[in-house]
Structures are given as C-alpha cells and as structure tokens.
Design a protein around this ligand. Structure first.
Ligand code: GDL
Length: 692
C-alpha cells in the first residue's frame, strides 16, 4: 500500500484557480436521517438562498458508517441517483461522505479496496465530490495498523490520499480529522502532532473540516482560524454545530447564525452547518447562514443596511433573523404540501390531510359558529425563536422571563409585608403572567397554522415549553396568593407532567454540579463580586447601605443595638474583622465583627445582660437587594468566623430584627447559626449564635 501519495497533474489543474467559497449544509447528525423528499426541498432552498453545497453524512444511515463496506442495492441506487441528479439540477454540489473509522483496518489492502469499490459505485451514480470522515471514533489502532503506521494520523492520511488519487483528485474532497476541534487537540492546536501530520502529509487539494474551539463552538474567532490554518497548511471548512440538537432531546435551535465575525470569510474555505435533526425548523439556521455567507468584509458586495456597526459592519444577527422569520411566516401559512404526501407510497410518513376548502360546512341558525383560528404572526415566530434560540444563549424574551421569575421569587416575602413593594411585585407579576399568556397564544396559533409539517417537527418542543411556562405561571400566582400553593407543583399525587424529565432528569438533579452551568443563573455580568478589607474611606458607603436597608424595612433606631452602632461607625470593628462587598456598581454589602461584644456594650453604656459567656463575639452585616446570589454573604461570614476563631473566641452571635427578613432568612438557612436565648433584647429582636 502506498503510504505517501504525490501530487499529480490533476491537482495542478486546480492550482491557481480561485475556488468558490463552500457554503451550505452537512447532514451530519445522529438519529433519523432526513427523507429524500426533504433533501430535495433543501436543494431548492439552498439554490434560492445562494448556498452551493450539501454534504451527505447522516451518522445513523446504515451504509454511511456502520455498514460502510456494503454496496447500495438497486432500489437504493435509484434513490441516490435521483438525489444526486436533483442536487445538480439545483446547482448544488453533492458531496458523498463515508465514515469507515469505526472498524476499518487501514493496513489491510482488502479494506482499502472495499472503500474504493463503494466510492466507485457512488461515482457511477453521478457524484463528483467526496469526503472521508474520521470523527467520533476510538483513537486507538489495532496491532496490525500499529505495525504499519507510525501514528493514527499517518494511517488516516495515507488512506485518504490514496482514495483521493484513486478518484482522480476530485475538485471537492473533504477530510474530517479525529481531532476536529481545538478542545480535542493535545496539548493544544499549534503543538498537536496529529494536526501537524495532517497538515504536512495530506495532499494539498484535500480540504479539512473543523468545528472550531469546541464540538459546539460558542464563538469562532479569526485568531483561532489563523492558528489552525497555520498547522493544517490550508484554510479549513467549518463544520458548524451551532444549530445541532442531536445531543439533547429537549432543545432545538431557531436563533440566527451568530458569533462568527464575517472577517472569517476570506480566511475560510467554507462553512457547512450541521443543524437540528428536524428538517423543517432549520429554516432560520440555513437562511441566516446564507445571509452571513453573502456578507463580504471586502466591501464589494457589502450591504450597508445589513451591518450591525457595533458588532460586525457586514452582518447583524438580529436583522438576519428578522429576514428569515419574515420568509418563514409565509411558509407556515402555505398549504402547498408536495403532492407526494397524499400518494400511497409515502402515506406512512404523513397522515392524510385534504383540503376541505370547497365543501366546507356552514353552520345553521342557532348552531355553534365554526372555530376559526387566529393567524400566526411575525411576533409569534420571534417569540418561538427567542424561546429556542442558541445553545449558549436564550433570546431576549426568554431572558426577560427568567429574570422576572427570579425577581418575583426572591421578592415575594418582602412584598408580603411592605405595601410599596407589594404594588411593584403585583405589577411585575401581572407582566409575567402576560408573557406566559403570549407563549400559550403562540402555541395555539402555531397549532392552527396550515403547514402541518413544520408544526409536527416542532410539536414536542412547543408542548414542552408551554407546560414549563404554565407551571411557572401557576407558581407566581401561588406566590402572590392568587392561587392555591400549586397543586401541579406540590400535590401529593401529581400528574406526571408535574415531575418532568424522566430518569435522565432524576440523574441530572442528583449530580452535585446540577445547575452550575445554567445559562441564566450565572450571567457573566452579575457573577463578579469582590470581597475586600474595609478601609476608612468606606465609612460613608457602609452608613448609606445600612440606612437604606433600615428605611426599606421602616426600622426606627432610637434604641440602637450594638450591631447598629457597629454599622454606623460609632463602635469600630475589631482589627481584621471588617469586609466590604463590591460589584461593578460599587459597594453593595458589608460584614463587621467585634471580638469582645461585652466590652463594646460597656463602652456605650449598654448594660443589657446577654449570654456573652458562650458567645463573646458579635457579627453583623447587610447586603443590598441587587445582590440576589447568597454566596458572597456566605463567604464574608465564613471568612470572619475563621478570623474570630483564630483569635480564640468560643462563639459568635448576631442580633436580628424580625423585619430584617433577608438576613434572618440567610442565617436561618446557614447550617451553623441557631436561635439562642439572650435576655434583655427588645421584643422585635432575636439572637442567633454559633459555637466555634
Ligand atoms: C459531533 C459529530 C456530529 C454531531 C455533533 C453534535 C462532528 C464532526 N461530529 O461531534 O456528528 O452531530 O457532534 O452532536 O461534529
């Protein structure tokens, strides 16, 4: 077997000729492959939107991967020929991919012959472009291959070069490496010996697929592409998994192509999107990619209107989305289903649906009027896209709903006792309810849209989000006292939709990191807090925080506690016992402590007798309501307790007014502080303490 192939006249033919940018779709996901009819529909769309390529690589198609050696039967041949012909008719380059990596023995000539035989068969069907994929396979070679090749990369490259030459160096020939993203490279991209071998040994006419920094890349930067191009010695074709959903049955992505600057275009050989498994909901994914591919940073075909000056002068994801949704709305409203679906052969795929238009029933006097559905709107589709946006980002409405639910949850107790807050809480609860209703209305209008195929692909997802929103809506009502503590959420014998997610959901909830990677709960902006030692300049800020919190809770401090005097600065904290919490808006909380509370009490003539023997030290603090995350306060307390303990104190207490629900709740939920009996405290004050 020839291990190193050399360049021939054929490749020289293509040298110097600018190759066109590859733009299109890879059907490269796991699960049920698309039907022939859907693929043909795809070619039509691609042509209409100026995309030029389709890569045939359905992971679970028998003869693409698992049974890669098997030739196609005559029935299958008829179908493939029809597909290849349809692609040609629509000016789409049909690339046939094969994935032999699960079990091929690279060093066995019979295996290489089987691969060539299979690709020859597809070439005879009229296919001119090919691809060898080595993604998602074990990187270990069998003993025979270990003997024949110095590395896995050498084995893959040798067979790829050989097949490429056997097929006479097709103009388009793609190779998918096993290390197809930066995260898979050891130790990193520029030092990867695997990629170096590919770069050095793979014939120059073969292009390499690359998914970016990760399998599903949030962003793809120009620098990252320059880095990988340098080691591969060629510009990669991006296999983009941004809209792929085969890894999570509850998610589907209908946000715009995004976070890939158009400056990338001249640095890439192409982009192929591997989208959602469901064919019809990919309208947005493919339409917006097409818009992106047309955005040219050199200014030649630059559409000024399209740009988003702040982000990318040539492309705005929002505008691209609105263009896509406007076109999609038309498709939703069309009953123009290909006639094949009513024919017998495809009746398994689609239920019977006939147009009743001409003979529709007219109700008589006194009868129920016929049900007429409200038509779907562009706003409905915008909402749909917002709820199912992108893998690392929710759309704007989804973000607002989560934010509002979180606020309503965390402010329900304060609102229950404070009339000003009650008004705000109720108004925001009403707005939240309206947003939930909009989701239900969208669901109803979608369910009534004439184009049933799109609906059926979306149905599970929209049903799921409707139930989720419905539960949240009921919960907010119960928080505001407008509904019973939701039977759906907490009843003794709830229906199964009260505990959704099945076994997989159970497992997820039991794992320690559950929720850690939540897209909403950890937005980068609010996650950054700084805890630092108190300094003299902080005095005014601390007083302001203290007074704000007192006023908010309408507390009169004519009989101040030692804690109050500590907060106002009238009693100084003990050395190293004062911490300030800051966020990007400035100081937002503090924690102060006194090692010897008895001495401090005496210094201000506070003679109330307390349990100072067991709890000689005191701690106090406040955190503004904008800090919804309890962890910064926990950290400050932990740090102070540790300082106090290291100074020899045997216990710490705090004094809390009943109206200070936030801190009360906080200490109650902490595992260490317990209510303690302290004589002499005013009736609205309770003490909690912890031994050290
Ligand atoms: C992958 C697979 C792809 C799958 C995607 C998303 C590549 C090259 N291969 O790793 O088949 O659809 O993840 O799950 O991306």
């Amino acid at each position: 077997m020839s291990v190193m192939a050399t360049s021939t006249n054929v490749s020289e033919k293509t040298q110097g000729r600018a190759k066109r940018f590859i733009g299109g779709v890879v059907e490269g996901f796991y699960g049920r492959p698309w039907t022939m009819e859907q693929r043909t529909e795809l070619f039509k769309r691609e042509q209409k939107w100026d995309l030029n390529t389709y890569l045939y690589a359905p992971k679970d198609d028998y003869k693409h991967r698992m049974y890669w050696r098997d030739l196609y039967s005559s029935e299958e041949a008829v179908q493939l020929i029809a597909l290849i012909t349809a692609a040609r008719q629509h000016n789409i380059d049909f690339i046939y991919a094969i994935s032999p990596g699960l079990d091929i023995t690279f060093s066995n000539p019979k295996e290489v012959a089987a691969l060539k035989r299979k690709l020859d068969q597809v070439r005879d069907f009229g296919c001119c472009s090919f691809s060898l994929l080595f993604d998602d396979i074990e990187a270990d070679m069998c003993p025979a291959d270990k003997q024949a090749f110095s590395s896995f990369a050498h084995a893959q490259v040798a067979i790829t070069n050989e097949v490429y030459q056997h097929l006479r160096e097709p103009e388009t020939f793609l190779f998918c490496p096993t290390d197809y993203c930066a995260a898979f490279c050891t130790p990193n991209v520029s030092q990867s010996s695997y990629l170096r071998t590919v770069g050095d040994e793979l014939l120059p006419g073969i292009d390499v697929l690359w998914t970016g920094p990760k399998v599903v890349s949030h962003k793809i930067s120009v620098e990252s592409i320059e880095e990988v191009s340098s080691i591969l010695k060629r510009a990669p074709v991006i296999w983009d998994n941004i809209h792929a959903n085969d890894y999570d049955p509850q998610r589907i992505f209908m946000g715009p192509y995004k976070d890939r600057p158009t400056e990338l275009i001249p640095k890439l050989r192409g982009v192929l999107t591997n989208p959602n498994c469901e064919f019809y909901p990919n309208f947005v994914a493919i339409h917006t990619l097409a818009t992106w591919c047309k955005a040219s940073p050199d200014g030649a075909t630059r559409d000024v209107e399209m740009g988003d000056e702040e982000q990318d002068p040539c492309y705005s994801p929002h505008k691209a989305l609105m263009l896509a949704l406007t076109d999609w709305l038309e498709e939703f409203m069309s009953t123009d289903q290909p006639t094949a679906c009513l024919k017998k052969e495809s009746s398994e795929e689609e239920p019977m649906q006939t147009d009743l238009g001409e003979h529709s029933y007219v109700p008589g006097p006194g009868e129920n009027p016929l049900y007429t559905a409200e038509p779907l709107t562009l706003d409905d589709l915008k909402l749909l896209s917002d709820l199912f946006y992108l893998p690392y980002e929710y759309g704007s409405t989804a973000k607002t709903m989560l934010h509002e639910l979180n606020w309503l949850k965390s402010h329900s107790q304060a609102a229950a006792v404070d009339t000003d807050q009650t008004a705000e809480w109720r108004s925001r609860a009403r707005q939240f309810d309206d947003m939930c209703e909009a989701v239900v209305r969208m669901f109803n209008r979608l369910s009534n849209a004439p184009n049933r195929r799109i609906l059926y692909d979306l149905y599970n997802y929209i049903c799921d989000i409707k139930s989720g929103v419905h539960l949240a809506q009921a919960y907010v009502k119960s928080l505001g006292g407008l509904g019973k503590p939701s039977a759906q959420l907490m009843g003794a014998d709830p229906e199964p939709w009260g505990f959704r997610g099945g076994l997989s959901g159970e497992f997820q909830r039991m794992l320690p990191g559950h929720g850690n990677r939540d897209l909403f709960k950890h937005p980068p902006k609010t996650a950054v807090y700084c805890i630092r030692p108190y300094c003299a300049e902080d005095k005014m800020d601390l007083q302001r925080i203290f007074t704000n919190m007192q006023q908010e809770r309408r507390i009169m401090t004519d009989a101040p506690l030692i804690s109050d005097l500590l907060s106002t600065g009238e009693i100084p904290p003990s050395p190293q016992c004062a911490l300030v919490l800051e966020d990007d808006m400035g100081p937002c909380g503090y924690m102060l402590a006194l090692m010897d509370a008895k001495a401090a009490a005496a210094s201000v003539q506070d003679t109330r007798d307390r349990a100072f023997e067991d709890f000689p030290s005191l701690i106090t603090g406040q955190v503004l309501p904008r800090v919804t995350d309890p962890s910064p306060a926990k950290r400050m307390i932990a740090q102070l307790l540790s300082t106090i303990k290291s100074c020899g104190s045997k216990g710490v207490f705090c004094e809390l007014r009943h109206s200070d629900r936030r801190m009360l709740d906080f200490y109650t939920k902490s595992n260490s502080f317990q209510p303690i009996k302290m004589d002499g405290l005013p009736p609205d004050v309770i003490a909690m303490g912890t031994g050290l």
